[in-house]
Design a protein around this ligand. Structure first.
Ligand SMILES: Cc1cc2nc3c(=O)[nH]c(=O)nc-3n(C[C@H](O)[C@H](O)[C@H](O)COP(=O)(O)OP(=O)(O)OC[C@H]3O[C@@H](n4cnc5c(N)ncnc54)[C@H](O)[C@@H]3O)c2cc1C
Length: 392
């Protein structure tokens, strides 16, 4: 193995080991997503609580086999996400940590804002949320209407958000809002969710219940000047650029989560069916090859993001392929256990519900196709990578 491969193999081995604690929690967290509060001491949950915080802000790296990890590259995140999603995706998405909001802060915040945000994350495990989607504006996020109205001290935030992961328990939020018409009129702000006027309620979800998907209502939430993100950046590098780049950087990790769910389903057959017919063996092996191919694509997509500062086009191919794989794998796996599979095997039922949510998380399949085609037409996809067109 080459040095980078050694490094990633060490990370994968360690995270897989941590993941062993998560599988027994799967049905508990699915029933009661707040049960995660009893498991903050697990190594995987502790790692996620600070994953991605840069060393410059006092984040001690995780030391594994002589290598140091901050979880701040797409390649590292893809390894962690696949392994922990395979162990239990519900616990992975239930864990506190900076994830989407932390990446947005890394892109849009000035030094003082970063010190404030990352400092709070390092002091104690805190949930954060990234509030972009609105009730009637999901895929068309650029049309958002949450209002940011200037005041002498900063601004007032009013509007609604929906389907926001962990919002009902988040202490810190990155909220996207509009201060004037047009794409350059969108701004991101940091909100302490204890501020009067901010209310978030969990929605009753079928899949990925651990993520505590929530709705948010904001009624004249005061936002001080110092919590407005991107004031030191040119207008083209603020709101829309900020959420597009955040998605680009995290997309390989989202695709890796879907690969992890598919792998969990595949492994479930191996663990619960003692003998297989020749046809079944053939089907299971074919599924295993699809999982390996998807992981390969995710790895290339993560490398492209790391090498070219957030080029997420190949990652769209990976997310597209992996989300479809997760759905196919969980449904195909049910077929190994007969007509009552989802009743007799609650973990399989949960995997199938979780897999369905992957279609929507971070952009639907159609949105990924649009992004992928824009990349192909613009010549921005590395043709040496595994054929992205095969994902379409
Ligand atoms: C588990 C989960 C976690 C989430 N976490 C967050 C979060 O943390 N923060 C956040 O802000 N949001 C979050 N979301 C919301 C997510 O980003 C949206 O669900 C997603 O953007 C789709 O929006 P929508 O649900 O309104 O569907 P719509 O945009 O209404 O799409 C419905 C269908 O129409 C298709 N469609 C829409 N527009 C087009 C078009 N132009 N061309 C072709 N087809 C189109 C879509 O592909 C889809 O099939 C989460 C969602 C889920 C399920």
């Amino acid at each position: 193995m080459s040095a980078p491969d050694d490094r990633l193999a060490a990370l994968r081995g360690q995270v897989r080991e941590w993941g062993r604690d998560l599988r027994p929690l799967a049905l508990e967290i699915d029933r009661d997503p707040e049960a995660i509060r009893r498991h903050f001491d697990l190594p995987a949950v502790r790692y996620l609580a600070t994953m991605g915080i840069p060393a410059a802000y006092g984040h001690e790296p995780e030391k594994i086999d002589g290598h140091r990890f901050h979880g701040d590259s797409a390649t590292e995140r893809a390894v962690v996400m696949e392994e922990l999603a395979c162990a239990d995706v519900g616990t992975l998405v239930a864990a506190p940590g900076p994830l989407l909001a932390g990446v947005a802060v890394g892109l849009l915040a000035d030094e003082r804002q970063k010190e404030w945000f990352y400092g709070r994350m390092l002091r104690e495990p805190l949930w954060t949320c990234f509030a972009l989607t609105e009730p009637d504006r999901g895929s068309d996020a650029g049309a958002l209407t949450t209002a940011l109205t200037p005041t002498p001290d900063g601004a007032l935030l009013s509007g609604e958000k929906r389907y926001v992961g962990n919002a009902s328990r988040a202490r810190l939020a990155v909220v996207f809002a509009r201060s004037r018409p047009g794409p350059l009129g969108i701004t991101a702000v940091l909100v302490d969710t204890a501020t009067p006027g901010f209310r978030a309620e969990p929605l009753d979800m079928i899949g990925l219940r651990g993520a505590r998907i929530s709705s948010i209502v904001m009624d004249e939430v005061p936002v001080p000047h110092e919590h407005v993100l991107g004031r030191h950046l040119p207008p083209t590098r603020r709101g829309v650029w900020g959420f597009v780049q955040t998605f680009n950087l995290l997309r390989p990790g989202v695709a890796a989560i879907a690969v992890g769910i598919a792998r969990a389903a595949h492994e479930y057959v191996g663990a619960h069916r003692r003998t297989l017919t020749a046809t079944e063996r053939h089907r299971l092996d074919a599924l295993g090859r699809r999982i390996d191919a998807a992981r390969h694509l995710v790895r290339h997509a993560a490398a492209a993001v790391d090498a070219r500062g957030g080029d997420g086009h190949l990652a769209s191919a990976a997310k597209l392929r992996a989300a479809r794989l997760a759905e196919d794998a969980t449904m195909a796996t049910c077929a190994f256990f007969g007509p009552g599979a989802r009743l007799a095997h609650p973990l399989l039922d949960k995997l199938a519900r979780d897999a369905r949510a992957m279609e929507f998380l971070e952009g639907t399949a159609n949105m990924q196709r649009l992004n992928l085609f824009q990349g192909l037409l613009g010549g921005r996809i590395d043709r040496a990578a595994p054929s992205p067109a095969a994902a379409i």
